[in-house]
Design a protein around this ligand. Structure first.
Ligand SMILES: *Cc1c(COP(=O)(O)O)cnc(C)c1O
Length: 345
């Protein structure tokens, strides 16, 4: 079989959730937007619900509908995108809680679904989603009289503990919300690690659950094992792959492995990335093709049957560095062609 195997350790995800939950006194939710960062919202959501997560966040109502099918009644499912035109039936039927982002959304919500639970998202400086301070002061009393289940905001620079933006946003969020009765939430993974000032009543980790930075101590969650299809000897002066971009300087042993950019292995990482054959690091050589990659296995004693792109030896963030991106993008790019296996270690 030439199918690569993506193993997702649900036990590690749950352990990461419990460790992040132990860092704060409030509730710890779980962010499972974008199909749980590419790892499967149904399986991840169920495992986390069994471990004790009671509140889940998705980006759009449609994601909430499919998560509700997986989780059944019980857990709270919140939608960052709020209440968009056409969402009313989805929000009502799947019992989803929109995070209201503007006065327009607020009007739409109370008109279409009076009495249906909602939260409020405030913009404390990121200028992405949520009501700005002026908008919030106009709406605040009316909105609070409808008992929002949560008032939240989001940090722009929480992965850099020393960044002045963190304190600025904390201060702004406090100014906008101090004294209200509704539960408050400011922090995702990064903010959770900034300490108690940032925790409020609920934290909302995503990437930390899935083994990514800035949660350095996270247990690794994904392993990607790719079969070797063919091995050949390449003489000095011969090239490998499209555009002859890699040329052997010495006699080389090249393995062709069965995955490529169609599987989310970002083509631009080619010149910097490695795979692992057991304990041996092997350089990717030549262009990454759609379905195939060349690997220099000269340092390996026996020809390997499979190599690892992600796992114990190489984290999503190491791979992200090679591609000039972040772990989040590596995870959410993971393709649909892999055999996905779930384990609980
Ligand atoms: C994605 C997201 C999160 C989770 O962020 P991580 O950095 O993955 O922990 C939390 N809150 C909001 C508003 C988000 O968009």
């Amino acid at each position: 079989m030439a199918q690569s195997v993506l193993t997702i350790d649900l036990g590690a995800i749950c352990a990461n959730w419990r460790a992040l939950a132990a860092m704060n006194d409030g509730e710890t939710a779980a962010v499972v937007k974008a199909n749980a960062y590419g790892l499967g919202a149904d399986r991840v959501g169920k495992a986390l619900a069994e471990t004790g997560a009671r509140t889940f966040f998705v980006a759009i109502a449609e994601e909430g509908v499919s998560l509700r099918k997986a989780l059944g009644a019980g857990p709270t499912i919140c939608v960052f995108g709020g209440h968009m035109d056409g969402d009313a039936a989805l929000l009502r039927d799947a019992n989803l809680v929109p995070m209201i982002n503007s006065i327009d959304q607020m009007l739409r919500h109370v008109e279409a679904l009076p009495g249906h639970p909602f939260g409020i998202q405030l913009d404390s400086g990121m200028n992405r989603l949520g009501m700005e301070p002026a908008e919030w002061s106009a709406l605040r009393d009316i909105a609070l009289s409808q008992n929002p289940v949560l008032v939240m905001s989001h940090l722009a620079c929480a992965d850099e503990p020393g960044h002045g933006m963190n304190e600025y946003q904390l201060h702004t969020f406090r100014q906008m919300t101090d004294g209200i009765d509704a539960p408050r939430s400011l922090s995702a993974t990064g903010g959770t690690l900034l300490g108690p000032d940032y925790h409020f009543d609920m934290t909302r980790p995503g990437i930390g659950l899935y083994g990514g930075l800035p949660y350095v101590e996270a247990r690794p969650v994904v392993t990607l094992s790719i079969p070797v299809i063919q091995v050949r000897d390449v003489n000095p002066g011969e090239s490998v792959g499209y555009a002859n971009s890699w040329v052997a300087r010495v006699p080389s042993k090249i393995a062709t492995i069965a995955a490529g950019y169609a599987d989310g292995i970002i083509r631009a990482m080619g010149p910097k990335a490695n795979v692992w054959a057991g304990e041996t690091r092997c350089k990717i050589v030549g262009r990454i093709s759609m379905d195939l990659i060349g690997v220099d296995i000269g340092a390996v004693k026996n020809v390997p049957e499979r190599v690892e792109l992600l796992g114990q030896h190489q984290s999503v963030d190491t791979l992200a560095d090679a591609a000039g991106t972040i772990g989040y993008e590596i995870l959410t790019s993971l393709g649909t062609r892999y055999a996905r296996k779930y384990t609980t270690t």
